[in-house]
Design a protein around this ligand. Structure first.
Ligand code: NDP
Length: 358
C-alpha cells in the first residue's frame, strides 16, 4: 500500500480542473489543485467571461441607434442634437479586471477543501509531480491544462496578436483585421466593429462558421456586411509585413489588406509543453490531444485528462461536465458512479456575434 501525499492531484484550475477538484474534495478525497496562472483558467481570464463583457459593450452602438425607434429622443427641447456617449476602452478594461477579480474570488473560495498549489506542474513519474522544485505524490492525477492559441506558420507571424492579447490592449486601433472563420474570429470581428474599429475579417474558405447551418452562416455574412465589416473569403495570408505602425496582410493570391492590428484566431491546441508528459507513459492521439477512453482515463491507469487538452469539443460546459463526471466516478458514492456519461452528440453551442447565433 503506497502512502501518497494526495488521493487526487489536479493540474489546472480552469473549468474542468476546478470542478473536478471541488467535487472530489466534497466527496471526501484528499485533493491538491495546481495552477500556474489565475484561478478559473481560460474561460474566466482570457476567454468566455471577458469576451462576453466586450460583446455587451460593443452592442450599445446598435442600441443607441435603435433607441430612436423606441421613442428615445437624441435632441434637446430646443431641437439641438445631443451627442451620443463615447466609448472609453481603458474604462472597459478596468471594469473587466474588477469583475474578473470578483469571479476569481469565487473560484478560490470554492476550493476551500482542496490544497491549492500555485506554480507550474511537471511530471516526474506517473505518481509524482514537481511544482516550484517541490514534489508531490498522488494516487490519481488529472491533467486539465487546457489549450493555447495556434498561429499558422506565416512569415511575419510575430506581428500578429492572439486572443489573449485582446484582453490587455492599451488602446483600440483605428483599423483591425481578424484572421480565421470560427468562434473567436467572428466574435472579435463583431466586438471590434461594434466599438468603432474599421474591421476586416479574413478567412481561408468560401464561407465562415464551418459546421453551422448554411442559412445561419449566410445570414451572418449579410449582418456583418450591413454593419460595415469587410469580409475577405478565400484569402490565405501568406505573409505579414510591418512598416512603422502599419501592417500588411499579403494573401497567396497577391491581394493585400492594410491595417493597424491583425488578430490570428485560427484555432487552439493543447498546452502540453510544460508538463513533461514524456516522464509518464501517457499517449497522445493523432490530432495532438491527450488520448483518453470514455471515462477520461489516459493510457496510464492512474492518470486522467479532461477539457481542452483531451476533448474534441473545446467548450467550457463540456469541460465542466467531464470534470464533474470524473470526480463522481472516482470518489462519489456508488449510486453516482452509475450516472450517465456526458453525451457528445447533443452539445448546445452559441457564438456571441451580433446577432448571436446558436
Ligand atoms: P475554431 O476552430 O472555431 O476556428 C478556427 C478557424 O481558423 C477556422 O475558421 C479555420 O478554418 C481557421 N484555420 C485553422 N487553421 C488555419 C490555418 N492554418 N490557416 C488559416 N486558417 C486556419 O477556433 P477558434 O480559434 O475560433 O476558437 C477555439 C475554440 O474555442 C473553438 O473551437 C471553440 O470550441 C472555443 N470557443 C468557444 C466560444 C463560444 O462558445 N462562444 C467562443 C470562443 C472560442 P476552417 O473552418 O477552414 O478549418
Amino acid at each position: 500500500m503506497h502512502n501518497f501525499d494526495f488521493d487526487f492531484l489536479v493540474i489546472g484550475a480552469g473549468s474542468g480542473g476546478a470542478r473536478a477538484s471541488r467535487i472530489a474534495a466534497a466527496h471526501g478525497a484528499k485533493v491538491a489543485l495546481v495552477e500556474r496562472g489565475h484561478m478559473g483558467g481560460t474561460c474566466v481570464n482570457v476567454g468566455c467571461v471577458p469576451k462576453k463583457l466586450f460583446a455587451y459593450a460593443s452592442r450599445f452602438h446598435d442600441d443607441f441607434d435603435d433607441s430612436e425607434g423606441f421613442g428615445w429622443d437624441w435632441t434637446t427641447d430646443s431641437n439641438q442634437s445631443v451627442d451620443r456617449p463615447v466609448h472609453n476602452w481603458r474604462k472597459l478594461i478596468e471594469q473587466k479586471e474588477k469583475e474578473l477579480a470578483r469571479l476569481r474570488g469565487f473560484y478560490v473560495s470554492a476550493q476551500k477543501h482542496s490544497h491549492v498549489i500555485e506554480g507550474e506542474a511537471s511530471f516526474v513519474d506517473n505518481h509524482t509531480v514537481s511544482v516550484n522544485g517541490q514534489t508531490f505524490t498522488a494516487d490519481k492525477i488529472l491533467i486539465a491544462v487546457g489549450g493555447q492559441p495556434f498561429v499558422p506558420n506565416i512569415e511575419g507571424k510575430e506581428h500578429m496578436l492572439i486572443s489573449d492579447d485582446m484582453f490587455y490592449l492599451n488602446t483600440l486601433p483605428a483599423r483591425a483585421a481578424v484572421y480565421g472563420g470560427g468562434y473567436i474570429a467572428t466574435e472579435f470581428a463583431c466586438i471590434l466593429n461594434g466599438l468603432g474599429v474599421k474591421t476586416d475579417l479574413i478567412y481561408r474558405g468560401d464561407l465562415f462558421l464551418r459546421g453551422f447551418d448554411h442559412d445561419i452562416r449566410q445570414h451572418m455574412v449579410e449582418e456583418l456586411m450591413k454593419h460595415g465589416v469587410n469580409l475577405h473569403f478565400n484569402f490565405n495570408i501568406d505573409r505579414v509585413e510591418k512598416k512603422g505602425n502599419v501592417l500588411k496582410a499579403i494573401g497567396s493570391n497577391g491581394n493585400t489588406i492594410e491595417t493597424d492590428m491583425i488578430l490570428a484566431a485560427t484555432g487552439r491546441v493543447p498546452l502540453l509543453d510544460p508538463l513533461k508528459i514524456e516522464n509518464t507513459g501517457v499517449e497522445l492521439a493523432k490530432n495532438g490531444l491527450i488520448a483518453v477512453n470514455d471515462v477520461y482515463q489516459t493510457s496510464q491507469d492512474n492518470i486522467y485528462a479532461v477539457g481542452d487538452c483531451s476533448s474534441v469539443s473545446q467548450l467550457t460546459p463540456v469541460a465542466i461536465n467531464e470534470g464533474h463526471f470524473l470526480a463522481d466516478m472516482l470518489f462519489g458514492p456508488d449510486n453516482m458512479k452509475k450516472r450517465g456519461k456526458p453525451l457528445y452528440n447533443i452539445i448546445p453551442t452559441a457564438v456571441f456575434t451580433s446577432p448571436p447565433i446558436g
